[in-house]
Structures are given as C-alpha cells and as structure tokens.
Design a protein around this ligand. Structure first.
Ligand code: SF4
Length: 418
C-alpha cells in the first residue's frame, strides 16, 4: 500500500497521558459492549458510569474524572485496557491517536501525525515510515465506515488527486528551499498561490503537467530579490492588520469542543465577549484558551516587536507544513471540504500565527529571543483545531484571509517580524 506522508514526521509515545485527557473519545456501541465484558482492576461497571451516550448520534463517549482524565487511565498514565488486554482491544478512536489517516478517491492512503501530541510537535522518536504497518491496518478499519477523501483545486477547477499531490509537493519544496529566508518563503508561496487564483491564469492549473514544479521554482528563485525588497520597504502593520491577525489567532487557537457545542449558554456568551475584547487588543491569550496558560503578556502583536526569532529555530514549523503538504490534510474532505486554494491560504496564515504565539511565549518568560520550544509549544496549540474548527469554512473568515494574502498586506505583516 502506498502511503503519502512527510518523512520528516516522527513520534514515539512517552505515555504523557495528554491524549487520554481533555478531549472526548467517541466509541461505537459494539466497542462499549466489548469493554463492558472486560475485568479490569479498580473498574466496576456496576458502580460508576463509564460511558455517556451522545444525544444525536449512536455513539458513546468515554467518561472522565474531575481532572478530565479518562477513567481507564491508570496512575502511571498507561491505559488499563491496553495493559491487561493489549492494544487491539482498545476502541478505534484511542488507537488512532496521534494518526490522521485518509483513503482518497484514487484508493491511495495519506497519513500524518497530529501536532497536539508533544512528541509529534518535537518530531521525536520513530519516523512515520516505520509506522506503515499500523497505518495500513488503521486505514483498513476506517475504510469500513469513512467516506473516501476527494478535493478540487478551486471552484470550477476540477483536478485529479495526482495533480493536487504534485502541486502540494511543489509548495513543500518552496518551504524547504534553504536559499530563501523564512519571510521570503511565505511571501513567495502566497504570490504563487494568488497568481494561479487570478481568473486570467487559473486556467493554467487545468493544464498542469510535469513542468509545474520547474516553472514555479524558477519563478520563486528569480523573484527572491524583489520579494526581499517588498518586505523591507513595506509599511508597518496598520490597525486593520493587527485586528485581523488577532481575530484569526482567536479562531486558530480556539477550543473546538466549545465551538462545536452549538448550544447557546451564558458561558458561551462570556467567551464571545472575551474573544471580542482580545480582537480589539485587550486581554491576554490565556483568557480564552486554557492551553495558553503560560502566556501572560497582553498583546501578542506588540510582543512581536520586542523579540528576535532566528530562522534556524523554525525547523519544527517547516516540518509541520511538510506534514500537511505531503499528506494533503489541509483541504478537501480531510479539512471541511475546503478547496486546495482555500486550504493553502489557511496553511500559509499559520506562519504569522505561529510567530505571534511564540513571541508571546518568549515575552511571558522575559526572554528577548524566541526558542525552538516556543515554536513547538505554538504548534501544539494550533494543531489541536487546525482543519477541525468550523471557523475555517466561514465565508467572512475566508475573505479576511484572502485579503491578508494580498502582497501589500502580507509584506506589511512580515515586515514587523524580526
Ligand atoms: S499525547 Fe502523545 S506522547 Fe502523550 S500519551 Fe498521547 S500519544 Fe503518547
């Protein structure tokens, strides 16, 4: 089985217990029945509710204790089911973490690791290539119920999955081009994307052939000086850029359990007020996202100006982009059926977001330099919801992102990154 993935991804579980806390774990009724038959120390199914039925779907979730830990998680952070009966007995949702796996309409499989696992964010452990057997087995199980992933390049531009793979790999090659600075890579990728999204040129995408990569790389390499000057001579961010950046940040870093709840509640209203204040420049990031509790500085946009971020420490971020681009887990069915163009715009916008978050982590820690750990921590925060939150598919958000991708706007944002 051919599995499309980035060989820069790696992970080995250290049993930190994070994935068995915080989030809901959905299981089927057959899995629930199977678990109910197990004899496990300290588990008494007659005394406690270990499962809660979802209201609208025929699924259950595994209940958690008051610290949001799965009730099957032992004190040593190991799963009791896994410990006593082996991994195959665990529900599929548990075995899937931290994999993201899709079978596409051409029957080829793509896989990536989720960056909300700290070991994935660090690329620490066994390469994804050595997990192929597990990926193939999980893909087989998923195929029984999951629909096949498919996608288009843009509205009215149908493309084969194979063509999309080639375009995707070209963007990865731009981001891994060491002759370009980080800011230039981002501006170059956005210029290329916007060039092909122009009605006069979008037809060229339909005629994609083997020279797409060659042409794109030639354009990018020959525009290097021009792009550098564009960033150097750009105006500093204006108030609109700052508000838009904070708005996107509040969406990318949101907690999707809450956003997906779809219920009206006082808590939800309070959250809207907090986010609105944040967008207008008041309140710390930690006030609306618990996972950012380490960040105490007031305005992440201001933090940018007081810290230095050297290109060398950005490697985990390029690995992140590579994992999305090689697997294509940023558009189509894997990402709310966004078109390739829409998905790639979101992906490119993660760059300023990572820079904002990491600057805030550094400032909160009274440091003048962003460290590689700040980048890794920021990746953990955004990948929790990237491609999972409804915000990515809202028209007004897509429009804001499109506006920010315009050369002048993006150059102004990049101009402020030191
Ligand atoms: S979050 Fe990652 S390292 Fe921690 S228990 Fe889960 S898979 Fe293992």
């Amino acid at each position: 089985m051919k599995i499309h993935c980035s060989d820069k991804q790696a992970y080995s579980c250290t049993s930190c217990g994070k994935c068995c806390s915080i989030w809901d774990v959905p299981i089927t009724s057959a899995e629930r029945d199977r678990l109910l038959k197990l004899k496990l120390p300290s588990i008494d199914f007659s005394k406690k509710d270990y499962f809660t039925k979802y209201k609208k779907v025929n699924l259950y979730k595994l209940n958690q204790d008051e610290n949001q830990r799965c009730l099957f998680l032992d004190n040593d952070n190991l799963c009791l089911i896994h410990k006593h009966y082996g991994e195959p007995i665990k529900p599929l949702a548990c075995r899937l973490h931290p994999y993201e796996i899709f079978t596409w309409s051409d029957n080829e499989v793509s896989a990536s690791f989720k960056f909300d696992c700290p070991e994935v964010a660090k690329s620490s452990g066994r390469s994804i290539k050595s997990h192929q057997k597990d990926i193939a087995q999980l893909a087989k199980e998923l195929n029984k119920t999951a629909k096949k992933a498919t996608a288009i390049y843009a509205k009215n531009i149908p493309s084969t999955i194979n063509e999309l793979r080639r375009i995707s790999e070209t963007y990865d090659n731009i981001f891994t081009n060491n002759n370009l600075s980080a800011n230039v890579k981002i501006l170059a990728a956005s210029r290329l994307l916007e060039y092909y999204s122009h009605p006069n040129f979008s037809n060229q995408v339909k005629k994609l052939h083997i020279s797409f990569e060659e042409n794109s790389m030639t354009i990018v390499n020959s525009s290097k000086k021009e792009l550098e000057n564009m960033i150097k001579n750009a105006e500093s961010m204006n108030v609109n850029h700052r508000v838009s950046l904070r708005y996107i940040l509040s969406g990318y870093a949101r907690v999707d359990e809450e956003s997906g709840a779809g219920r009206f509640s006082i808590e939800r209203m309070k959250r809207v007020v907090t986010i609105t204040k944040f967008i207008l420049g008041q309140g710390a990031l930690s006030s609306f996202c618990e996972r950012l509790s380490g960040s105490t500085a007031i305005d992440p946009v201001q933090c940018l100006r007081s810290v230095q971020c050297d290109d060398e420490i950005l490697q985990p971020y390029w690995n992140y982009l590579s994992s999305k681009l090689r697997s294509m887990h940023f558009f189509g069915y894997p990402a709310f059926d966004l078109s390739f163009e829409e998905g790639l715009r979101h992906l490119i916008m993660t760059y300023p977001i990572i820079r904002l978050l990491s600057a805030q982590f550094a400032v909160s820690d009274n440091r003048k330099n962003v460290s590689e750990s700040d980048i890794i921590n920021s990746l953990e925060v955004i990948d929790h919801t990237f491609s999972k939150s409804i915000i990515f598919n809202l028209n007004h958000v897509k429009n804001i992102i499109k506006k920010m991708m315009k050369a002048d706007n993006l150059a102004s944002i990049l101009h402020d990154f030191r």
